[in-house]
Design a protein around this ligand. Sequence first.
Ligand code: ADP
Length: 162
Amino acid sequence: MIAIYPGSFDPVTFGHLDVIERGCRMFDHVIVAVAQNPGKSPLFTAHKRVSQIQNATHHLANVEVDSFDGLTVTYARMRKAGVLLRGLRAVSDFEMELQMAHTNKTLSDDIETVFLATSTDYSYLSSSVVKEIAKFGGPVDHLVPQPVALDIRRCYAKTPTH
Ligand code: ADP
């Protein structure tokens, strides 16, 4: 079974990587699909986000990283995936995730959404939290892979916060 793990990954965190590793144990092939989301004005380009994830998943044999735009279910059908993988951190994620899963089900009845509960270690962790800390010069090395931490520092060194 092929699973797609779609998201913004702006940037990828240890929380995402935990979902990817566990997904790789459950499915034959996991495609991490970076949503290009031009509307969200991301910190990193889709190309950069793909290479950050590729770097962090070299040790996994059955993972592939790609980017896509348009509907997730259209991309999933094109890649012959039967599952959309998503992570759930807290009740606050639940409503939005459930709405999205139901919507996707109406668009493509043969694609199932599977939720993985976050590891307790990462239940507070999101890409926005990482960016918020980095913006004010705080350490993020315990939240994201080392090369990503460097990329973020470089980014904010160029962007004055006031
Ligand atoms: P999106 O913009 O689509 O929500 P994200 O990159 O923020 O993209 O998240 C992608 C998926 O990973 C979502 O299902 C999100 O709930 C999940 N996720 C994000 N952070 C964590 C975490 N710390 N633990 C588990 N799942 C997470």
